[in-house]
Design a binder for this molecule. Structure first.
Ligand SMILES: [Zn+2]
Length: 147
């Protein structure tokens, strides 16, 4: 009896981990970027101490981003923060969103948002200097192609 309970426990652990992964579901949320300081106090994004970003959906639900998510780099750009955004992401845990794609609404039309270096013809998802030539990349907001 004692021995048979061990494999059963292992099976349960395996099933629980599969269930945990199944919770990572793809979602699409619409809303705005909001900012927090290091102590998790919400503040004005234009304040210098604003360093953490989160997403407030139109239904008021709040989503955090993974600290390792490189796609959050574009939220450092005030122009991106001021737009109404649509984020396609994977929901991890209860409110943690891993970004797959960031889009923006302009005049109720969905637009792709990215950065582009006209010197090197390189697309990136972070503002600032181009990784190739060092010239500042340009924010591109272009209507999402309809398939
Ligand atoms: Zn370049």
């Amino acid at each position: 009896m004692r021995f048979s309970t061990i494999p059963l426990a292992l099976v349960l652990i395996a099933l629980m981990s599969i269930a945990a992964r199944a919770q990572d579901r793809a979602i699409t949320v619409r809303g705005h970027i909001i900012c927090f300081d290091v102590s998790n106090h919400r503040l004005d994004c234009e304040k210098a101490s604003a360093i953490r970003f989160a997403f407030q959906a139109t239904d008021e639900k709040l989503y955090r981003f993974l600290p390792t998510d490189v796609l959050t780099a574009m939220f450092a750009d005030q122009q991106v923060r001021q737009m109404e955004l649509q984020i396609l992401g994977l929901l991890r845990e209860k409110d943690q969103l891993e970004i797959v794609k960031v889009q923006a609404f302009k005049e109720e039309t969905l637009h792709d948002v990215y950065y582009y270096c006209y010197v090197c013809s390189i697309t990136s998802y972070a503002p600032g200097p181009c990784v190739c030539c060092g010239k500042d990349v340009e924010l591109i907001v272009t209507p999402t192609p309809i398939n």
